[in-house]
Design a protein around this ligand. Structure first.
Ligand code: ZN
Length: 194
């Protein structure tokens, strides 16, 4: 593992500076790091180009049940995937889409919400309270982009892509809702960028 490196505070403590609460934080990742060694053995995807081969971008939720590549029949190298809580088309997602489309050949965009989404089940006040209880800090400055009405939120997110001034006109956009119980991604709305 890495020696102490003042530029990488997360790994600094490995050498044993007591009092640093980051000491041996890396140990919490033994499972994923050892899995990566196995992944890298016989790795055969080093030839892939950065532009998505299927000219596709997918915006979806961070929900652990969602495997966007499997759900949409994609493989590594095929698509840009942007994920956040709720699959919301935030300013940061739009920032990424602007780059995808204008520099990396993306020509079609999927916005995929899903059933049983945490962003639609949590009350804003409860979320703020949980953060305050856990940290002592009030997160009322954070826009959590929670979902009230799921259909409205999906329409809003589709429209945010459709109407964005830095995406060229004529690109197809589709809004799906993935059912975590059945695996079906239902197309509910579609549009063409304005
Ligand atoms: Zn979700």
């Amino acid at each position: 593992m890495a020696d102490a490196d003042p530029d990488r505070p997360g790994l600094r403590g490995r050498g044993g500076q007591s009092g640093d609460r980051n000491i041996a934080a890396v140990d919490a990742f033994d499972d994923v790091l050892s899995a990566n060694r196995r992944h890298a053995d016989g790795f055969a995807l080093g030839h892939l180009a950065a532009p998505p081969a299927r000219n596709l971008a997918v915006v979806t939720c961070m929900d652990a049940r969602i495997d966007p590549l499997a759900i949409l029949g994609l493989e590594a190298g095929d698509a840009h995937v942007m994920r956040n809580a709720g699959a919301r088309v935030t300013s940061d997602v739009l920032r990424s889409l602007v780059k995808s489309v204008n520099q990396l050949g993306v020509r079609r965009i999927v916005v995929m919400h899903h059933t049983d989404c945490g962003a639609a089940k949590i009350e804003l006040s409860a979320l703020r309270q949980a953060v305050t209880d856990a940290t002592g800090n009030d997160p009322s400055d954070v826009e959590f982009h929670l979902i009230g009405d799921p259909d409205e939120a999906l329409a809003e997110d589709l429209a945010a892509v459709r109407d964005h001034p830095y995406l060229p006109s004529g690109l197809p956009v589709i809004a799906l809702r993935y059912d975590v119980a059945t695996g079906v991604a239902e197309p509910l709305l579609d549009a063409v960028t304005a």
